[in-house]
Design a protein. Structure first.
Length: 386
């Protein structure tokens, strides 16, 4: 399918989006990714974000399972869910550069995907985000520092996000590969683990002085699951990165942490530069309005209707008349406008102020005046809570 055909597919499904808006969004993504992702892949990514499927030749590329990866492969293809993204960081050893990492999971395991220098712009531009289904073709493998296998994104490597022929339900969240807290004690020292739990208590950060007279930073919090609780220790630059997410009661995922023993010989989970800490949301969990970002494509949201829905007809560029209902929704963290299209417009048109509703599989995008709004997709469901 050509770029033009995909744009037409977007326009037919979303008549409210002009061709100029799509072209502007495409150019913006091309600048962000510095030309490392082809135009046809970028427009498919835009289509996927808008809930519009498109078929690609990459779907014909045979994929390996994570368990099949061994060091030394020069043409490895895999597909999986992005479960974590580590922000780019600078390094200065034999040479200067920048490195970023993803953790991708299929049903057999989790693999670290490493991106170097200019390729890190894919992470900086948020073209790659947790929750997306990612196809990687023509990558190479190396042995990581901990002895496991890493997948490296080289010059000939191609990436495809949220292909229409791949169901997100095919790939697990990090929960499948999380170690239960009551088993942390029997994990080998320094082995990398993943855990999922709820923040119980957060302790203040403190600074310390190293032997070389430089200063460092450390903080602790406790994370609990149904089997127990565990102290998590966060080091140095990760403290400032993690602190904003540490609220009591928040569900977190900690990916690629190490297990160490403290002075009392009790196990702890340690967060360093190669560890990801972020919110954990399963397919059934709901987002809060204040946490929404442009481009999210599979959002569940609960809220209260605060304005009477306005139902109107909109004419597409193909002279097709479709229905659109607009209303404002709020939760305890903020407000956002909802645009319910086509079949969802009829249901939304019957809503009353004060109704509590649940939206599943909606998308977030920038609407009028660059304000975020929720838009329904073909796969969106809208229900009124009892």
């Amino acid at each position: 399918m050509t770029v033009e055909e995909i744009i037409e597919q977007i326009r037919s499904r979303h008549p409210e989006i002009s061709r100029e808006e799509i072209a502007e969004r495409l150019e913006k993504q091309k600048r962000k990714t510095n030309g490392f992702i082809s135009e046809d892949t970028l427009v498919r990514m835009i289509a996927a974000d808008l809930g519009v499927g498109s078929h690609s030749e990459a779907s014909q590329t045979p994929a390996l399972s994570v368990k099949d990866l061994v060091p030394g492969l020069s043409n490895a293809n895999i597909a999986g869910r992005i479960v974590a993204v580590l922000a780019p960081r600078m390094f200065e050893k034999n040479r200067k550069g920048k490195v970023a990492s993803l953790f991708v999971a299929d049903n057999a395991g989790v693999v670290r995907v490493v991106m170097w220098n200019d390729r890190t712009k894919l992470v900086e531009s948020e073209s790659l985000r947790p929750g997306q289904i990612l196809r990687i073709a023509h990558a190479y493998t190396k042995e990581g520092r901990g002895g496991g296998v890493e997948l490296h994104v080289g010059e000939r490597c191609t990436l495809e996000v949220d292909a229409s022929d791949v169901s997100s339900r095919t790939y697990p969240t990090i929960r499948k590969f999380a170690t239960k807290i009551n088993r942390i004690a029997i994990e080998p020292r320094n082995r990398r683990v993943n855990i999922v739990g709820q923040v119980h208590r957060v302790y203040p950060a403190s600074t310390f002085e190293r032997d070389d007279q430089t200063s460092g930073k450390v903080m602790r919090f406790t994370l609990a699951d149904e089997t127990g609780d565990m102290t998590v220790v966060v080091w140095n630059e990760k403290v400032d990165e993690v602190q904003p997410t540490l609220k009591e009661g928040t569900s977190l995922q900690v990916v690629n942490a190490s297990v160490r023993k403290n002075v009392e010989k009790k196990p702890e989970v340690h967060v360093d530069s190669e560890t990801y800490v972020g919110p954990f949301l399963s397919d059934e969990d709901s987002w809060k309005i204040s946490d929404l970002k442009d481009g999210l494509a599979r959002v569940n949201l609960e809220g209260e209707v605060v304005t009477r829905p306005v139902l109107r007809n909109v004419e597409t560029h193909k002279h097709e008349v479709v229905k659109l209902a607009s209303f404002e929704l709020r939760d305890e963290t903020g407000r956002i406008w909802v645009s319910a299209w086509r079949k969802h417009a009829e249901a939304a048109g019957n809503l009353k102020v004060g109704d509590k509703i649940l939206l599943k599989n909606a998308q977030v995008r920038k609407g009028f005046d660059d304000r975020l709004e929720i838009c329904t997709r073909e796969v969106t469901s809208l229900t009124v809570a009892d």
